[in-house]
Design a protein around this ligand. Structure first.
Ligand code: GLN
Length: 483
């Protein structure tokens, strides 16, 4: 039962092969048995899950249908869930029970999903390895000595290990696509503004975007359908009609123009990954796509620009955690300044403190123009590069990450080494574009992802290309040994 995709579950529930309650119980038992090896959950919500499963079964018995009605999922622990701990992977929010549901959580619950729990993540979504969580690192089910990627590493490990079919994630600089790549999943970061950020605890507000993580593009289409849409509560949400993503999965790739940026194949890329990317290009060519070399000349500036803008926004967003209104408060403060200093010093881990310091510095008088404004100008140049490229091609293709999953702890002493792993993913966030990662093969038994980028609001195009690729390859069906 645990091998089923969301699409298969929807068919099984519709055909009354099993109930949502049976499926939910099976998966909860599997999580209890296997998750101790992975640490992919921060909180389990068994009572809520059983209650939602029974309610979904009752709705089906009353004649309702829907691809998500009775489907078990989990939420990354930065989506607010009413009355349930929403920790953001931080000691700061270890005691925080959200007073309301995030729009994404509420929409998916209304569609009938069953929430099994809240998944582990890098603290405040800062990281590429899921090692900065207050609740301990997550292990990669493909090799328990390796990281699953971050920051949505808990969602990735849980779905890859078949503990559940799909989960939500968020992506500020790659946190859906990168862990999807490192655990053999399909993950989609939508266009900025496509999915509501209301109730999604902010890391860098101009870059953050929620999206689906699943094993197939077909399942990402189903989950995205439940998440996407205009939300008046989020001022950056865009009022643009949401297409039927599942209905759009059968388009032919004949004549599809795929751009492969020459800058992607530089010295930093593992040559074995480069080969797998070339193989995926050949596969798409067989399906009718036309390949063209393109250039993204400002790509080399993306990491420095991102690691100014994201910490700058984070330092501002995280100033609300002051020991007064939310979360951790130190013992016996001697005065207000002492309360701020010790509550924040105790509540935030080292990576979060580093980013707050970098961000506050970049925003301070005298440095603002030199760092923050300069980074914003680079951001515009990067966007312009994409706009020029999309005049010539329909999709941009390349690796999702320069390396496969590294060993736990391998990059801990050098934060910049970890930042460099984001080289292929962050440009999409800086430009606000949609991006998808899908399985493309293995290196040393570890999964490799290929990334597809599309123009604004062309999530449907990404899902269709990935679905056609998955109809003709079987990388996405591979299961990690022991799970
Ligand atoms: N690795 C990137 C960072 O640490 C991206 C994280 C994310 O997308 N949330 O900022």
């Amino acid at each position: 039962m645990h091998q089923m995709t969301l699409a298969e579950i929807a068919r099984g529930l519709a055909d009354k092969k099993f109930s949502s309650e049976e499926l939910t119980k099976t998966l909860l038992a599997r999580i209890a048995l296997l998750d101790p090896q992975l640490n992919s959950f921060i909180s389990l919500t068994e009572d809520l899950a059983l209650q939602q499963a029974k309610a979904a079964d009752a709705r089906r018995a009353n004649g309702e249908s829907g691809a998500l009605l009775g489907a078990p999922i989990a939420h990354k622990d930065l989506f607010c869930t009413q009355g349930i701990r929403t920790s953001c992977g931080s000691k700061m929010l270890d005691n925080f029970k959200a007073p309301y549901d995030a729009t994404v959580v509420a929409k998916l619950a209304a569609a009938g999903t069953v929430t099994l729990g809240k998944t582990n993540m890098d603290e405040f979504a800062m990281g590429s390895a899921n090692e900065s969580s207050y609740y301990g690192p997550v292990k990669n089910p493909w090799n328990l000595e390796h990281v699953p990627g971050g920051s949505s590493g808990g969602s990735a490990a849980a779905v890859a290990a078949r503990l559940l079919p799909a989960a939500t994630g968020t992506d500020t600089g790659g946190s859906i696509r990168q862990p999807a790549a490192l655990t053999n999943l399909t993950g989609l970061k939508p266009t900025y503004g496509r999915v509501s950020r209301w109730g999604m605890i902010a890391y860098a507000s101009s870059l953050d975007q929620g999206g689906p993580m699943a094993r197939t593009a077909e399942d990402c289409a189903i989950l995205l359908q439940g998440m996407a849409g205009f939300d008046p509560q989020d001022s950056t949400s865009i009022d643009e009609p949401v297409p039927d993503y599942s209905a759009g999965l059968n388009g032919s790739l004949q004549g599809l123009r795929i751009g492969v940026p020459k800058e992607y194949f530089s010295a930093g890329l593992d040559p074995r990954i480069a080969e797998l990317i070339h193989n995926s290009v050949k596969e798409l060519e067989k399906l009718g796509a036309v390949i063209k070399e393109i250039s993204l000349p400002n790509m080399q500036h993306a990491i420095p620009a991102y690691y100014v803008i994201a910490p700058a926004e984070a330092s501002s967003n995280l100033s609300r955690f002051d020991g007064v209104r939310f979360g951790h408060r130190c013992e016996n403060p001697k005065d207000l300044i002492d309360l701020y200093k010790r509550s924040r010093g105790e509540g935030f881990g080292p990576e979060v403190q580093r980013r707050i310091m970098v961000g506050a510095y970049a925003l301070s008088a005298g440095y603002y123009d030199a760092y923050y404004l300069k980074a914003q100008k680079i951001r515009r140049l990067i966007k312009n590069d994409f706009m020029a490229a999309f005049n010539e091609v329909d999709i941009i293709l390349g690796p999702t990450t320069p390396n496969p999953a590294w060993k736990l702890g391998a990059k801990n002493s050098d934060p910049v080494a970890a930042y460099l792993e984001d080289v292929y993913t962050i440009t999409a966030n800086l430009a606000g574009l949609p991006g998808l990662s899908m399985p493309a093969g293995f290196v040393d038994g570890l999964p490799v992802g290929v990334q597809l980028l599309a123009p604004y609001f062309q999530e449907g195009r990404l899902l269709n290309v990935a679905h056609q690729y998955q109809l003709n390859t079987d990388w996405h069906t591979r299961t990690p040994t022991g799970f």
